[in-house]
Design a protein around this ligand. Sequence first.
Ligand SMILES: Cc1cc2nc3c(=O)[nH]c(=O)nc-3n(C[C@H](O)[C@H](O)[C@H](O)COP(=O)(O)OP(=O)(O)OC[C@H]3O[C@@H](n4cnc5c(N)ncnc54)[C@H](O)[C@@H]3O)c2cc1C
Ligand code: SF4
Length: 338
Amino acid sequence: MNNFQYSRANDVADVIRLLAADPGAKLIAGGTNLIDLMKENVERPSRLIDISRLPLRNVEETPDQGLRIGALVPNSDLAYHPLIEQRYPLLASAILAGASAQLRNMASVGGNLMQRTRCAYFYDTTTPCNKREPGSGCSAIDGLNRNHAILGASNSCIATNPSDMSVALAALGALVHIAGPTGERTIALTDFHRIPGDKPHVDTNLSTGEIITAIGLPPRGFARNYSYLKIRDRLSYAFALVSVAAALELEGNAISEARLALGGVAHKPWRRLEAEAALRGQAATPDHFGRAADLLLEGAVAGSHNGFKLELARRAVVRTLMQAASGTPQSQAHKKIA
Ligand SMILES: Cc1cc2nc3c(=O)[nH]c(=O)nc-3n(C[C@H](O)[C@H](O)[C@H](O)COP(=O)(O)OP(=O)(O)OC[C@H]3O[C@@H](n4cnc5c(N)ncnc54)[C@H](O)[C@@H]3O)c2cc1C
Ligand code: SF4
């Protein structure tokens, strides 16, 4: 590990000042991703700015009946928060599908959104990787790409975003609240992560010198008909090959509102409004769910080792929508797929 300076920030203004003073600085919250990357020599910050004691740990109701979740709320606290369990169980379920209990106790909401890809070449500093070292090439395109993207990839990078929480947040229409040198701003979660294009080293639309302060949830929580299904190599503990966040509002068997997002298939949570529009007004049947899956997966392209994801993703979408429609969401405690 390289030498680095350490500062503890007292408030958000302090963070912004410290970031402006040292362009090589990185924020550290729970440290569960950043410290691993520093040990592997992938990340080499000149300074760590410890934000773990900032007062960003509250979950508060907003005047519009939504919620504001502080960026430092631990993943476990969020998953088991009564307002999340009761009103946004899709989010609770996605968080509990990720990592382990110990990791979720440390991991923060902001850190979860900012976690970096699990592409093995990104971690292996002996191999070319455009994300780690821009312009060096992509080892995965002609290498082992079983876990890699089938949607939104580029000739520069085919990595996937590993976050489970972000997939549910995308489906729920969450907002990301940001503070920086020019003030505060808010962007949609679906606009927060980027597709790689020719700049795969840039994961998100967070600008230099900015910090995530909170996540906003709109009032609509889809608490009755939802499911988060995560398909992975080991049920106990692994990142998603494919995951699906599905949420429906039903009038009888007719769908009045639908939300659908995929994880494990792209550089960002994958949501396509056309797929959701195709479900509105339709009966909740496997045929209609299959049509929505086809729309969501339109344009999908497989690499040499991940062709199985095309059919897996389609089937997972249909299964997750069926779970949501029947009010029998996937259990994250008993992971057998219903
Ligand atoms: C073995 C293992 C298994 C895992 N399995 C899963 C899984 O199945 N699913 C899943 O979703 N995740 C999984 N994770 C990832 C885990 O969820 C993340 O490591 C965690 O959420 C990161 O949060 P943190 O607070 O520890 O971030 P840190 O490691 O402290 O920071 C990560 C990044 O976020 C930046 N950052 C942190 N807070 C902010 C902020 N407020 N504003 C701007 N930037 C910020 C940091 O600068 C850093 O770049 C796993 C991790 C491990 C180690
Ligand atoms: S897929 Fe992206 S992260 Fe993986 S080696 Fe290629 S450029 Fe690097």
